[in-house]
Design a protein. Structure first.
Length: 438
């Protein structure tokens, strides 16, 4: 049944009943009384309608679904439909507000900058990342022209050329930004900014690493190839020369192997897929084996001592062996014959400490800051003599990073160096807290 019929039929029926009532009244009490009764009933009907009209009017001033009257007659249907529409509106509005809040939060968390501008580049809105990248402040700069705020000739050229399908790489306030304008709606544009400073630095480090690694590998390979060419070209060699050549080739082969092993260790330590296996490290066992290695490397040329006065720690035995071993082998290799090396483990106020003190060649202050860089060696020729790859301290740095420990270096040329590894108090291991490292 149509809505019109649903409205008119009950209304007509109500009117008919009303008139019938008045007619019955007139039949019993006379025509005049019947007419008066009909008039009174019609006026009361009119009063009811006007009263609901008034209530509807008042409700429209403050349309809250909870305050909607129930109604009577046709008004019941009107009010219930209004109630449904109002509830739907309220639901939509809540959903919309929630979406807006979620959108705002997402925009706040976005690492990329988003700037909304009108068709003539006046700033309408931007997120915190855009404020950081472009040095904007939304409150202060809203309504200003973006080209007046981002003062860069490259950015101006980009706007003038209008080739927005290509992003622009922009050097802006010590940062490297990738920016792109995306037109949207008919009179709005979005400026998206991405901070590429870190990825650029990582790319450069990667390029340097590959260049250094190839350079380091090229030297021993050249030596080996040279000797092989001599052997092939001259046919039979003197047994003495042959032995000397083979010895040098073996040394260079060993050097390449050390280099590749160190590079693999470094890449493994850097990999997030290689989590640290934490175990109970018995420091005494570890340091005694490192002392034996140091004495073997020194071959009696140095006095190496060990003192232990500290607790056991949580960590990876294998990684700590590699880090401590590197520091101790450096002390042996960079200390002249007759020098002393002190290896120690103690409990300091801020936590356990490992230290290696030598009376070696020492390091200049300007070189100390660069020691943990990959392939950095103060004296390349000396390091090469001792088969150094320059990756040792880079490995130490990564191992310590994984253990939440820090490295400090004190050194003075010709009087020796002290390398100290500081662990946090939290790394102390209670007996039986973890399985013991083998
Ligand atoms: N105890 C030390 N005394 C003096 N110089 C040191 C000492 N330890 C390190 N160095 C300097 O720091 C440089 C970097 O050390 P690192 O351990 O990273 O490389 P390496 O010893 O040359 O090679 P690797 O350890 O990879 O075999 C060394 O080449 C050396 O010049
Ligand atoms: Mg080393």
């Amino acid at each position: 049944m149509s809505a019109a019929l649903l409205f008119w039929i009950p209304a007509a029926l109500r009117l008919i009943f009303l008139l019938l009532g008045a007619a019955v009244f007139g039949f019993f009490f006379g025509l005049v009384s019947g007419l008066i009764a009909a008039l009174v009933l019609l006026i009361s009907q009119l009063g009811v309608q006007l009263s609901y009209l008034y209530q509807l009017n008042a409700w429209l001033d403050e349309p809250n679904s909870a305050k909607l009257p129930d109604g009577w007659g046709a008004w019941t249907d009107v009010f219930s439909r209004l109630y449904r529409t109002r509830r739907m509106d309220e639901k939509n509005q809540t959903e919309l507000t929630e979406w807006l809040a979620r959108f705002r939060q997402a925009m706040h968390l976005l690492p990329d900058g988003v700037v909304i501008m009108d068709d003539v580049l006046f700033l309408e809105w931007c997120n915190p990342a855009a404020e950081k990248h472009l040095g904007l402040t939304l409150e202060r700069d809203e309504g200003m022209r973006v080209t007046n705020l981002v003062r860069s000739p490259d950015f101006m050229d980009y706007i003038i050329l209008g080739r927005y399908e290509q992003p622009l790489t922009l050097s802006f306030k010590d940062r490297k930004l990738i920016v792109q304008i995306i037109p949207f709606e008919s009179r709005r544009q979005i400026l998206v900014t991405h901070d590429a400073t870190d990825s650029d630095r990582i790319d450069m480090m990667r390029r340097d690493f590959i260049a250094n690694a190839s350079h380091e590998l090229r030297t021993p390979l050249t030596v080996i190839n040279g000797f092989l060419e001599i052997a092939l070209g001259q046919g039979k060699l003197e047994p003495q020369t042959r032995t000397a050549h083979l010895k040098l080739m073996a040394e260079q082969g060993q050097r390449m192997q050390n280099l590749v092993e160190d590079m693999l260790t470094l890449s493994r330590l850097e990999s997030i897929d290689y989590p640290m296996r934490s175990e109970h490290v018995k420091v005494q066992v570890l340091l005694e084996s490192i002392l034996r290695e140091a004495n073997a490397l020194s071959g009696g040329r140095h006095t190496v001592t060990l003192e232990i006065d500290g607790p056991n720690i949580k960590g990876s035995m294998e990684e700590l062996r590699s880090a401590f071993g590197n520091l101790v082998s450096n002390a042996v290799r960079y200390t002249n014959d007759g020098g002393c090396i002190r290896i120690g483990w103690r409990m300091a106020a801020s936590g356990p400490q490992f230290f290696v003190q030598d009376t070696g060649i020492g390091i200049l202050p300007e070189n100390i800051v660069r020691l943990t860089e990959r392939f950095y060696r103060v004296d390349k020729s000396r390091s090469r003599e001792t088969q150094g790859t320059g990756l040792g301290l880079a490995i130490v740095k990564h191992v310590l990073l994984r253990h939440g420990a820090t490295l400090s270096i004190e050194s003075a040329p010709n009087s020796g160096s002290t390398f100290t590894v500081q662990f946090s108090s939290g790394s102390v291991c209670e007996p039986d807290a973890l399985p013991t490292a083998k």
